[in-house]
Design a protein around this ligand. Structure first.
Ligand SMILES: [Zn+2]
Length: 164
């Protein structure tokens, strides 16, 4: 048996439930001061690294919010419905909207469309906008993205849809 328990606590205490660390002085009898659950001893660096990893785990939420923002911007002022009517795909509006949002996110990565945001949340909706740096590219991508679900009225053959 080694006398490890006799030493004064040097490291930090980590609570698995709250996913954060506490200074030794904040923890009484090993209980988390926030939730009262058990804590375990952890070196300072490890406690900091674990905190960073916890934030990392929350990152997909930011990505989801970012995608929602892109969707809100391009569908603004009934634009989503307008595109839907013009393209008239054999898809529900929700699926159409999701597909265009993905396309525009890819476009922003590739650089043919840009989403402009105000520096801080604003009441003026016009400050949230998208700008096409290459409109031709957008139209081509849009056509390609819905080629499988759009039946052109002027198609020479009624079997054209079968070829997909
Ligand atoms: Zn806790």
């Amino acid at each position: 048996m080694t006398a490890t328990t006799a030493k004064p606590e040097k490291g930090y205490r980590w609570c698995d439930r709250c996913r954060r660390s506490f200074a030794p002085a904040e923890v009484v009898n090993g209980a988390c001061p926030v939730c009262g659950g058990p804590t375990r001893s952890m070196g300072r660096l490890q406690a900091i690294a674990r905190g960073i990893m916890s934030n990392e785990l929350a990152a997909p939420d930011i990505r989801t919010k970012h995608r929602q923002l892109v969707r809100l911007i391009w569908t603004r002022n009934g634009m989503g419905q307008q595109y839907y009517r013009v393209i008239a795909p054999d898809l529900s509006y929700a699926k159409f909207e999701a597909r265009v949002t993905e396309l525009l996110c890819a476009g922003a990565t590739e650089g043919w469309v840009r989403f402009v945001l105000p520096p801080a949340p604003s009441m003026d909706e016009n400050e949230y906008r998208m700008e096409f740096l290459d409109e031709e590219r957008f139209l081509a991508e849009l056509e390609a993205a819905f080629a499988d679900v759009v039946l052109h009225e002027d198609s020479p053959s009624p079997d054209a849809k079968e070829r997909t």
